[in-house]
Ligand binder design. Sequence first.
Ligand code: NAP
Length: 318
Amino acid sequence: MHPVMWWKTKFWTKFKPDTLGVNSAHPASDRPDMQASRHPEDWCAHRFGLSAERWAHLAGRNFWVTGAGTGYGQCISLALAAAGGRVYLTGRRETKLQETVAEGCRLGIDTSLLVPLVADITSPESVNRIVAEMASYDEPLFGLVNNAALPQGGKYQYPLLNASWDEWRALILTNVDAQWLVTQQALPLMLKGNGGRVVFMTSEAGWAFTPGFGIYNVSKAAMNNLAASFAAECEAAYPDRDFQINALVPGEARTEMNQGSSVSPYTVVEMMLILLSYPRGGPNGCFFHQDGRNLQFAYAEPYSQSLLRSARLNERPK
Ligand SMILES: NC(=O)c1ccc[n+]([C@@H]2O[C@H](COP(=O)([O-])OP(=O)(O)OC[C@H]3O[C@@H](n4cnc5c(N)ncnc54)[C@H](OP(=O)(O)O)[C@@H]3O)[C@@H](O)[C@H]2O)c1
């Protein structure tokens, strides 16, 4: 069986989203099923579900999206630029980053807002170089999307039992170490302003123990803790600043790492933009699903309000 189909059979059919500690006060039914008909070509009309006020909140700000040449990262980057944000696009393959720019051109987005910065996030030198390039714009960074990751791959039925040290290290290096490095290096750019928004792209795998995905499961569980621990440290270190650091489960979609899906990676955009455009006083150290559910992780209780409702109705947090 193709490794991705095997992954889908083993992972998605065994995993039950209900086990994520969902806050049932804010079910997915809060959101009418708009996404299926929300074509990226029509972004001017639907603004990916954001209110005009929230959409305007993204304009003129600077964002860094890792893994921006493919999949979710490409969709998130294009939506941010459509809203008028400048987006630093990071990935190892320049051709993929240029594909994101070309797609922006096709969608009628101002491509001067899309800035490709080729970098390997597992290399401190590479990350330092592009952080210096971002700093040269002399504007604060407002948002970081920690999206780049490696998948488990289908080489082993039982990777925890059989993978080599180098295979374990490669996945943990990208999905954990590099996420810490990128976030740590981005924070000084955010402190040039009043704070910022960081969203970690996690996965249901971070809550699951599915055989065959052990290393990836561990990496996403570690990423969850990294997100909440960064949130707690920043709140303690910068009590007067406006940091919101959260984790988002994107569900599943057809991307380079998941060729077995037929779901569009644009499905993650609405919740991502809601988190990145949240006014002061929003969630920090919380966990969300792209379908609008508020999740529990470890000691972190589900956030108390529906983000979808607040973004649609222009409500300010109470
Ligand atoms: N698709 C799904 O069903 C699904 C489900 C749950 C969670 N996720 C999560 O969603 C996020 C995005 O994944 P995706 O599905 O959009 O898959 P994808 O298309 O494979 O995207 C992964 C991106 O990460 C980049 N990347 C990998 N290693 C890198 C490195 N060392 N330095 C810089 N960039 C690197 C890749 O670009 P280069 O190779 O050019 O560097 C690629 O653009 C990941 O965190 C993934 O775990 C996906």
